[in-house]
Design a protein around this ligand. Sequence first.
Ligand code: NAD
Ligand code: IPM
Ligand code: MN
Length: 353
Amino acid sequence: MQRIAVIPGDGIGPEVARIGVRILESFGLPLRFEWFDFGAERYLRDGTILPPGFMETLRKEFAAVYFGAVGDPRVPGNEHAKGILLAMRFELDLYINLRPCLLFDDRLTPLKGKRRADLRLTFFRENTEGLYAGIGGVFRQGTADEIAQEVEINTRRGVERICEAAFQYAGQRGLSRVCLADKANVLLFGHGLWRRVFAEVSARHPALQAKAMYVDALAMDLIRQPEAYQVIVTNNLFGDILTDLGAALTGGLGIAASGNIHPGRVSLFEPVHGSAPDIAGKGKANPLAMALSGALMLEHLGHPREAALLESAVEQQIERGARTPDLVPFLGGPAATTEQVGEELLACLSSLR
Ligand code: NAD
Ligand code: IPM
Ligand code: MN
């Protein structure tokens, strides 16, 4: 039995997590889902962000974390989100933030004339260092002489392992191109390290085409000719930004999935989107990003057949099923609720089995 920690979190997190878990349970696999109420509500009630020892329990006893979203307007500094989500990414050493941006249906891209075959991007976002390391501080705060600093951490070990993961993924999936996104023309030290290490790693994978680009040029080119890219590897902050862009090219945050992975260890799967306070509680949240994150989790847990089946069901759902309001501009109306989409997806899955 593999134990899965479910952390629905805030806003639409619980609305989509409920459906995601129902879908995963429908496979009848030896998975046990255990629910944890960490998030803004709990934090505001009793001050708990994560209880002592929780990380150790995850490490020793759980196979994965299935995560909704965190973020609540009542916690403006977002300290609980850092203490929950970023803490798990860092302390569990989940160094691969895997974010596929695949076009499930031609109609979902805002790019004129582009089709499914043109948009098959997979991002490898470094997930344990960079500007997210939390190193820095503020001095003379609130005065005219205030100084604020955040330091970008780039380690050879950290850069090498994410580049290696990106090349290996490309090789295993029969892809041919890996692109590095950096800002080595300005950030000479840290991003100079990325360039050198990327070149070293690419030399170990001579069958794959490697190209390094400046992130600003890449952001432009992803819109101009996305078909030129397959696997993109980048640092923590650029990966955060480029993957929202990638989501927008392929149907939006409502269907963008992600994995926070350390191969062979407990890993965390979550939609790319946040808690969406603007639509929370209204039945408008698209549950497909959560469902697709579940498919990534099934694959990590050693159930690739079930993962592929779930992806096919989502594809069919998008093609001809009910849709939440976020997809109506692409696919047409009427709009359905989160629950309706979830129910249909479950039915579609059972017809595929
Ligand atoms: P967001 O992703 O929550 O929302 C951005 C926009 O996308 C909103 O208009 C929202 O309605 C829409 N959207 C998001 N998910 C959707 C879904 N499943 N279906 C339909 N529409 C959806 O980003 P934000 O508004 O910038 O952030 C809100 C809060 O979430 C903040 O506190 C932020 O820090 C947090 N956040 C958390 C995570 C996470 O937990 N991984 C990720 C991003 C943002
Ligand atoms: C994401 C989110 C997070 C990030 C926030 C909520 C800390 O935007 O998962 O993309 O910046 O990584
Ligand atoms: Mn983000």
